[in-house]
Design a binder for this molecule. Structure first.
Ligand code: NAD
Length: 262
């Protein structure tokens, strides 16, 4: 199978680093014109330049997708996309009793409303052109709710619900809406988290990473963190023309942590 996305424009939110950047790189490598997004102009420019260096057709748009104004500015700058990857997301371990109302709202705005607002803006154009892909980057934490960040788990379950609902609106068209559920993945954000753990426990980063999977994700069949490219591969496939029969699905790339068959 040769994935060819030439002529398609893909917007990946939160793509200056981590899984988002890997997805942008993967889609660009398959011929798509990619749009990098992040909150800071310097980081957006640097990521776009880095990708351009690989021969990709790239554009960077600075916008905070956690706000209505940020989404509006993004859509004004880019009125149509063929592929929307709702990737921007935040995570932070916190005891349930210590999570204030503001955190619940902030997590919902960044992780859920960003995808809701952008899907609302772009779905109609996709349906009109009779082709499009919307992918929500959820998490296995949307199924196995982590007790150390219930507010995060709540947003990742909500994304699955929104994605499935939107897929129902695409009946009989060439548009699909799916979710991808990564497990622990060594993105920049997670690397910082693991480095802190290593420092606290007097371990090397590799030891801390291995211990984290053993202790906190014991059901993992992979028994290690995934790389960002391993997640991006799944996303590039589901964004491809070849994935035309998969719609309304929650696709797991979580190393078998979730102990169910389907
Ligand atoms: P990361 O922190 O490494 O990168 C996230 C990117 O999003 C950064 O570029 C950041 O600047 C950007 N971003 C954050 N808030 C934004 C906003 N309001 N507007 C625009 N950009 C914003 O994160 P990651 O680990 O690559 O995670 C990406 C997605 O994958 C998230 O939705 C996360 O929930 C999901 N996920 C990650 C893991 C993991 O272990 N890394 C596991 C499951 C799911």
């Amino acid at each position: 199978m040769k994935i060819d996305l030439s002529g398609k424009t893909a917007l990946i939110t939160g793509s200056t680093a981590g899984i988002g950047y890997a997805i942008a790189k993967g889609l660009a490598g398959s011929g798509a014109d990619v749009v990098i997004n992040g909150r800071g102009r310097d980081k957006v420019d640097a990521a776009a330049r880095k990708l351009e260096g690989t021969g990709a057709k790239v554009r960077g748009i600075t916008a905070d997708v956690s706000t209505a104004a940020g989404c509006k500015a993004l859509v004004t700058a880019l009125p149509d996309v063929d592929i929307l990857i709702n990737n921007a997301g935040i995570f932070e371990p916190k005891n349930f009793v210590d999570i204030p109302d503001e955190d619940w709202s902030r997590f919902f705005e960044v992780n859920v409303m960003s995808g809701v607002r952008l899907s609302r803006a772009y779905l109609a154009g996709m349906l009109k052109r009779n082709w499009g892909r919307i992918v929500f980057i959820s998490s296995e934490s949307g199924l196995n709710i982590p007790v150390e960040m219930i507010h995060y788990g709540m947003t990742k379950t909500a994304q699955l619900s929104v994605a499935r609902g939107l897929a129902q609106l695409t009946r009989g068209t060439g548009v699909t809406v799916n979710s991808v559920l990564p497990g622990p993945t060594m993105s920049e954000g997670v690397e910082t988290f693991v480095k802190d753990l290593a420092k606290q426990n007097g371990q090397s980063v590799d030891e801390a990473a291995a211990n984290f999977v053993k202790q906190h994700r014991p059901s993992s069949l992979l028994q290690r963190f995934a790389s960002v490219d391993e997640i991006a591969n799944m996303v590039v496939y589901i964004a491809s023309k070849e994935a035309s029969a998969t719609n309304g699905a929650a696709l797991r790339a979580e190393g078998g942590i979730v102990n169910t068959i389907a």
